[in-house]
Ligand binder design. Structure first.
Ligand code: CTP
Length: 435
């Protein structure tokens, strides 16, 4: 595969030398385009030696070949790492002031992956977040940065994800990319994954390579007024563990993140949501190109019928307020309906949080829920104040719509996530018998 590797001017540029190695050792043809600032961190000679190609950052070098047109048209994948705040801003606003930004504008349908790295304040600044949002809305895959020690004494989100994580995400993106609007999704680029160098990736094809997995996680918050909301106890730990396990299995992973108490794993694409209605919109949108959708979020079943635009005050001259609730849409049920109406080949997995009561036990309620929601798998856990929410361990039963034997899994939330992802992989390989 012909890859353009854009390198931004950040200290993490040195790590990109390892990423370049992973690409070339996997047999890819890589042209490196550093920005002017990047060459202050790692010199042109390093990129030329490691890529085996001449390296330039100016549109005025090799003018006779019209470099940016050729590179933009020929690239089958563009990876930018580290994507600095400046580079994200220039890409988002369509500037064309060096060879890399020119090439990005010439890229057409080519999949583009950007791996940001910067100080936490710069990453969290509304300007950067708006640029990331713009790029994502145009189909660019912008990875979440990792958390940890940054260049100075500071630490937080902003570290470049490890080269192996960027490599895996890039291979998954290339394999999952739809060639043109309306055309069927590309077959997984098994050769590319197989060719992954020994230091980079497992020697066998990861089970979810080439597939896109969307996971919702955390608890929705339904506003009452500008300062208050109705929420729930979900920490997001199980959903985040599922996203990490899907990433590990080689998938391109999109996380629809409601309120969570845990950081997002590096290497996944994140869509932040607040309310059930926002989650519904994001889920329906993401499902359109997902092979697997896992609804692990704790979605509020009801929202306040009226949201006050100003803070609700105590008043002695009027009665205390009563909160009227209206029902939220059942997102999981709707995802199944949309999938079936579109005859889409997609596996949909729900979660069921049950306490059991005098009317029935946990599994009875769960079986009824599986019939109601009609998803393919339902992962059932028993919840209560001290059970599951916020805890690091979980114990679940996986029910299948085809009525096969319930499967139990327990241990850390990562163990449970690995078991769920294994089960999903098994269901997918059953659905597509080998040729
Ligand atoms: N879910 C959803 N939309 C809702 C409520 C829940 O998509 N409005 C999803 C959850 O993400 C989960 C599954 O449905 O995957 C089951 O959630 P749960 O809260 O257990 O079920 P409910 O439908 O809310 O049923 P009940 O609260 O009556 O048990």
């Amino acid at each position: 595969m012909r890859i353009v590797l854009g390198v931004g001017g950040g200290i993490a540029a040195y790590k990109v030398a390892s990423l370049l190695r992973l690409f070339t050792e996997a047999g890819h043809d890589v042209t490196v385009i550093p920005t002017e600032a990047a060459t202050r961190f790692v010199g042109v000679a390093t990129w030329e030696a490691l890529s085996g190609h001449p390296v330039s950052n100016s549109v005025f070098d090799a003018v006779h070949t019209v470099n940016h047109v050729r590179l933009g048209h020929e690239a089958e994948l563009i990876v930018v790492a580290p994507a600095t705040a400046d580079l994200l801003a220039r890409a988002a606003t369509g500037q064309a002031d060096d060879l890399l930004t020119n090439t990005l504008l010439m890229a057409g349908d080519c999949p583009v992956l950007m791996a940001p790295a910067m100080h936490t304040e710069m990453w969290q600044h509304p300007a950067t977040q708006a640029n990331v949002e713009t790029l994502r809305s145009r189909g660019v895959t912008v990875l979440e940065p990792a958390s940890g020690r940054l260049t100075g004494a500071d630490s937080g989100p902003g570290r470049l994800p490890e080269p192996e994580a960027i490599f895996t995400a890039a291979m998954a993106l290339a394999a999952a990319t739809v060639p043109s609007a309306g055309a069927p999704a590309a077959e997984p680029d098994v050769d590319a994954v197989l060719a992954a160098g020994p230091s980079a990736a497992p020697s066998v094809v990861p089970p979810l390579a080439g597939l896109t997995v969307t996971v919702s996680a955390g608890g929705t918050r339904e506003p009452l007024d500008p300062v208050r909301f109705l929420g729930n106890r979900s920490s997001g730990k199980q959903g985040v563990a599922l996203a990490a396990a899907a990433l590990e299995a080689g998938a391109r992973v999109r996380l629809l993140a409601a309120h969570m108490e845990v950081p997002v794993p590096a290497g996944v694409e994140v869509v932040q949501v607040e309310t059930a209605l926002e989650l519904r919109k994001a889920a329906l949108h993401a499902a359109a190109d997902s092979n697997v959708v896992i609804m692990a979020a704790a979605v509020a079943d009801f929202r306040p019928a009226d949201v006050s635009g100003t803070k609700i005050k105590k008043r002695d001259d009027v009665a205390d307020p009563v909160i009227n609730l209206v029902r939220n849409p059942d997102i999981l049920r709707e995802l199944v309906e949309v999938r079936d109406a579109a005859s889409r080949d997609q596996l949909i997995v729900g979660f069921a949080a049950e306490t059991g009561d005098a009317g029935g036990d946990v599994l009875e309620y769960a079986r009824a829920k599986l019939r109601r929601k009609a998803c393919d798998l339902l992962v059932v856990n028993q919840v209560g104040r001290d059970l599951v929410f916020g805890e690091d361990t979980n114990s679940v039963v996986i029910l299948s719509r085809d009525g096969s034997e319930p499967q139990e899994a327990s241990g850390s939330k990562s163990d449970v996530a690995a078991a769920v992802i294994d089960r999903i992989s098994a269901e997918l390989s059953r659905a597509v018998p080998p040729a």
